[in-house]
Design a protein around this ligand. Structure first.
Ligand code: ADP
Ligand code: MG
Length: 632
């Protein structure tokens, strides 16, 4: 087929432009990315060859060769992996097929530094070659296709690329980078080797370069006629822990996660027994842009006996641990395992349990660190991934207690906005006569802190956890108690402060008796709005508040569901009034404006907890009438 010129997908153009300008200081990564693609291509060939050994043709030893040509000013990477057909080249090297691409581009700010970090997370891949090259030529042939179906792809990394069909005997892909004018320093064996050793040492595929030796006569390095392997070329996770340096673990992470930051923690071990596998798991230091999306791809790669099987093996990890990156290499699973088989396999179940336990231990270790650096790490972890981990309280009933211990909250007893109070901290600070763990939920921290429901707790010095994340109510519906102490919303049910309130009880009961008729009349006046009206001693400064009846959904949760477009069963709240407040003391059932006052107390309470009025106009009218009456 003749040469054809095609346009890059709009997102590719945008990415190319950004990358060349913002990743320049990190330009060495192009080699890591291209080697990683060659290694993927080798993995894919090995995998397809399980069913069809003929794909190896006469060239079964997989490798990648890196070379350079000083005169032509090119660097060339040549692999004998799976290769690409013409259609594959057009779509793989002309578009970005990744999910979340739109979302990603929406997040770019124009601030180079911030965007560079984002691009790093997104994974720059093949296009990173254009950081150092102003023209890239790719020649490739897919394994199994005839030599006449080779492809040449070429682009200057601007608007378009050209493809043509060529004759190509060799299976696999050859990528030639025509360097930009200022990149000559890369044309050195020493330089390329050191980049490879820095970023790609752990790549399981041998990386070959032409051997060079010192020639004393000429007093320079001279290329020999043989190749040498310049990387370790063994899968990192198969090596003994003692033989692996922290730096190697970190480099491997960066390769795996396409992240240029180091991970917060990792764990590496081999599990023997009923199910045998090796796991190397990492906790990243930063959440990717689409972390909260439950469709976010899992970061685990599955290998079987060192053969790569699949990326994003979500069956190996519960959804609430989707931030974990790493490798699981099983000795038991069949090589031709599919996602469907994975779903049913007992080995997979065992692996999933093992990976979960390991990850939780790793997080516990971070959480229990005594030193400042360790504490900071858990803080970082919590800020980045806390909301996701909270899902585990609901999702993972087997490990609920363990996950709950890892959760951190904002609280009335810390003055930062940070979530840094563990349930165990709370329990340790509980008053001797206190039996419950109290919390309040609201849309914002400010609203939570100012909630009228907190007044009595403040007065008595009782700590209340401040919950403002969307998942909180859902999470708490799975967490009835911690360490034997029930969790109680300050805005739900009858406030039973238990022994905290003993001294005042008698006096309160007396007031209750006296005001009974008044409360009955209020109930009558508000029968369309309130499920019940009762006196409360939980307030000190506010005249009234709303509470949800036991078993009813809280007002906050009802509003959240409504905002999410879901039908929340509408449960009427209970109005509680503070008999010690002047507004309540001034209520007289026989006055003409009694009903107006009742409505005002209700509407105020609804506003104070962040609710919205069904009929704001009536509220304003009523309030003005009452104000005018007072003024007059
Ligand atoms: P990613 O590796 O994350 O998929 P890249 O931009 O690095 O993204 O590569 C895009 C795609 O191009 C790859 O998924 C692969 O299909 C194809 N590709 C790139 N390099 C090679 C190669 N050396 N051999 C075969 N296919 C390749
Ligand atoms: Mg890639």
């Amino acid at each position: 087929m003749a040469q054809e010129t095609m346009s890059f997908q709009a997102e590719v153009k945008q990415l190319l432009h950004l990358m060349i300008h913002s990743l320049y200081s990190n330009k060495e990564i192009f080699l890591r990315e291209l080697i990683s693609n060659a290694s993927d291509a080798a993995d894919k060939l090995r995998f397809e060859a399980i069913e069809n050994a003929a794909l190896y043709e006469n060239d079964p030893t997989l490798r990648i060769r890196v070379s350079f040509d000083k005169a032509a000013r090119t660097i060339t990477l040549d692999d004998n992996g799976i290769g690409m057909s013409r259609d594959e080249a057009v779509s793989n090297l002309g578009t970005i097929a990744r999910s979340g691409t739109k979302e990603f581009f929406g997040k770019l700010s124009g601030d180079q530094q911030k965007d560079a970090a984002l691009i790093g997370q997104f994974g720059v891949g093949f296009y990173s070659g254009f950081i150092v090259a102003d023209r890239i030529t790719v020649e490739t042939r897919r394994a199994g296709l005839p030599a006449s179906e080779g492809v040449r792809w070429e682009s200057a990394g601007e608007g378009d690329f050209a493809v043509e069909t060529i004759e190509r005997a060799a299976r696999g892909t050859t990528i030639t980078l025509h360097l930009r004018p200022e990149e000559d320093e890369l044309l050195s064996s020493y330089r390329l080797k050191s980049i490879i050793q820095k970023y790609s040492d752990h790549v399981a595929l041998p990386i070959l370069m032409q051997k060079e030796e010192w020639d004393a006569e000429k007093s320079e390095m001279v290329a020999k006629d043989e190749d040498e392997t310049v990387n370790q070329a063994s899968a990192l996770w198969t090596r003994a822990k003692n033989d692996i340096t922290d730096e190697q673990y970190q480099q491997f992470y960066q390769h795996l996660a396409h992240d240029h930051e180091n991970p917060l923690a990792w764990t590496h071990n081999r599990v023997e027994g009923r199910s045998e596998y090796t796991q190397l798991l990492y906790v990243p230091a930063r959440a990717p842009f689409d972390m909260l999306n439950r469709d976010h791809r899992s970061g685990l790669k599955l290998y079987v006996k060192r053969v790569f099987i699949m990326d994003e093996a979500e069956q190996l990890l519960p959804s609430y641990l989707r931030f974990v990156k790493g490798v699981v290499d099983s000795s038991d699973l069949p090589l031709n395992v599919s996602r469907e088989i994975l779903q049913e396999s007992r080995d997979v179940k065992a692996i999933r349990e093992g990976v979960t336990k390991r990850t939780l231990s790793m997080l516990e270790e971070l959480a229990n660190a005594e030193d400042d650096a360790g504490k900071d790490k858990y803080k970082t972890f919590w800020n980045e991934f806390g909301q996701v981990l909270k899902e585990g309280v609901g999702e993972d009933s087997a490990n609920r207690e363990r996950v709950a211990k890892l959760v951190r909250f904002a609280s009335t007893h810390t003055d930062t906005a940070e979530q840094n109070v563990a349930l165990a901290d709370y329990v340790a600070r509980m008053k001797p006569e206190q039996t419950k763990i109290y919390y309040v939920t609201a849309d914002t921290l400010q609203a939570a802190k100012n909630s009228p429901h907190l007044e009595v707790f403040r007065k008595k010095g009782v700590e209340v956890l401040l919950l403002t994340d969307r998942v909180d109510e859902w999470m708490l519906s799975y967490l009835n108690e911690f360490d034997g102490k029930p969790l109680a919303s300050v805005a739900r049910g009858d406030l039973d402060l238990g022994a905290l309130n003993d001294e005042e009880k008698e006096a309160q009961e007396k007031v209750g008796e006296e005001l009974k008729p008044l409360v009955e009349r209020m109930k009558e006046a508000l029968k369309d709005k309130a499920k019940d009206v009762r006196l409360t001693f939980r307030l000190t400064d506010s005249p009234s508040c709303l509470v949800a009846d036991d078993g009813d959904m809280s007002g906050y949760l009802q509003r959240m569901l409504k905002a999410a477009g879901q039908n929340a069963p509408a449960a009427q709240p209970i109005l509680e009034v503070n008999p010690e407040h002047a507004l309540v003391k001034g209520l007289h059932a026989e006055n003409a404006d009694f009903a107006d006052w009742c409505h005002l107390l209700f509407d105020q309470a609804l506003l104070a907890e962040g609710g919205s009025l069904d009929d704001p106009a009536s509220f304003v009218k009523r309030t003005n009438a009452l104000l005018l009456a007072r003024a007059g």
